[in-house]
Unconditional design. Structure first.
Length: 386
């Protein structure tokens, strides 16, 4: 940013802490850069960090190197949040942002929002208002707290507007703008890797690839503590997956938490199936290519619920609830919980009928970040930049 630009641009500090945050921040950084009144900066807290994947992930998303990397690492929620508080404050003192933009619902989101609020720096929450109504989920607490302190709340769907209204958030703080995850998805689709290329590179056998070419494939992710930390829940899900692999090949991108839990629970045998391809975490372009061509996705990820609805791919959500009900009401998502019978019934239904025929929700059009940038610039106009 040149001196001239710095004199007229507001310093907009975007905070990301986990991989899904990057898909939300990337289109915002691009849109903010194009807006003459906004000068974007990026913090990566390092809440979740994979050094081996970092460079390719940033390259695929078109993200610049972070202006600050905090390296807080993992740990208990209390320990991690405490480290985030301590790490974020000096960065805000040094960078002196005019506004702090947080995305999603991870610990970094809440911590940055609270630190900025106490320093009297305006806070913007992108993807606000989502609610699972399950306070056993740490993310639910993060959402509620962040939304209460945020000055501007950008929401993806009408359900989120209603949630905030019920919680007493003033209507003039809320903006319905669409879904920045879909912005990243649409940007990535033309450059996504062909599934066959990824299957071969990730070690799929010739028999696996031949069958996937003939019958199609499913994609699985699993990472939530409620699903993987409890042995019996993890066993039920993986038993269903092992059975489903007899019906079509399954790609399982194994989260590090899940990998460690499966070993601890002595359940690795359930993944020892010739038509389960268990891989390390995939790049974004690999994931988009596989999901876009999948016959179905099985997941406990909120982002994949959104992406499958955006792509029209049937999604089986392995949770008892979802904070994204629009993906069920309008999209391709069904929430089945962790019961083996229900999971397999949904798999059979998709194989026999093609699954839910959903539609893409309003404003999930790839232009959410542009709307946010224009609105934020208007909100900041007249306020002298730092």
């Amino acid at each position: 940013m040149t001196t001239t630009e710095g004199a007229r641009r507001h310093r907009v500090l975007c905070v990301a802490g986990a991989r899904p945050n990057m898909m939300k921040v990337a289109p915002l950084m691009r849109a903010f850069t194009r807006e003459p009144l906004l000068g974007p900066l990026l913090i990566h807290t390092g809440q979740h960090y994979d050094a081996a994947m970092k460079d390719v992930f940033f390259e695929e998303l078109g993200l610049k190197e972070p202006d600050a990397f905090l390296g807080v690492g993992s740990g208990s929620h209390a320990a991690q949040t405490g480290r985030l508080f301590l790490a974020i404050e000096p960065v805000l003192d040094e960078m002196k942002p005019d506004v702090v933009v947080v995305v999603g619902d991870v610990n970094s989101t809440m911590a940055a929002a609270l630190v900025a609020t106490k320093k009297r720096i305006p806070v913007v929450h992108v993807e606000a208002g989502l609610r699972s109504f399950d306070r056993d989920m740490p993310e639910e607490i993060n959402r509620i707290v962040t939304d209460q302190v945020a000055d501007l709340l950008y929401v993806t769907e009408q359900d989120a507007v209603r949630n905030l209204e019920r919680e007493g958030v003033a209507a003039d703080r809320v903006r319905l703008v669409g879904n920045v995850m879909i912005d990243s998805l649409r940007d990535a689709l033309p450059r996504a890797k062909a599934p066959g290329e990824t299957f071969a590179a990730r070690g799929a056998s010739a028999a696996w690839r031949e069958r996937a070419t003939r019958d199609g494939h499913a994609f699985l992710t699993l990472h939530r503590p409620s699903n993987v930390d409890d042995r019996e829940t993890c066993r039920r899900i993986l038993t269903a997956i092992n059975t489903a692999a007899g019906q079509l090949p399954i790609v399982f991108a194994v989260h590090p938490r899940t990998r460690d839990a499966v070993r601890k629970h002595d359940l690795t045998g359930l993944l020892d199936h010739p038509f389960i391809l268990a891989t390390e975490p995939l790049s974004y372009f690999e994931t988009v290519g596989i999901v876009a061509k999948a016959r179905m996705v099985l997941t406990d990820s909120g982002g994949l619920q959104e992406e499958t609805t955006g792509l029209g791919v049937p999604c089986i959500t392995l949770r008892e609830n979802t904070e994204r009900p629009v993906t069920v009401e309008q999209g391709t998502n069904v929430v089945v919980g962790t019961d083996e019978t229900k999971i397999l019934a949904s798999v059979r239904d998709i194989l026999s009928t093609g699954g839910k025929r959903g539609k893409v929700p309003p404003l999930w059009d790839g232009k959410a970040a542009e709307r946010i940038a224009a609105d934020l610039a208007g909100w900041l106009k007249g306020r002298p930049p730092t």
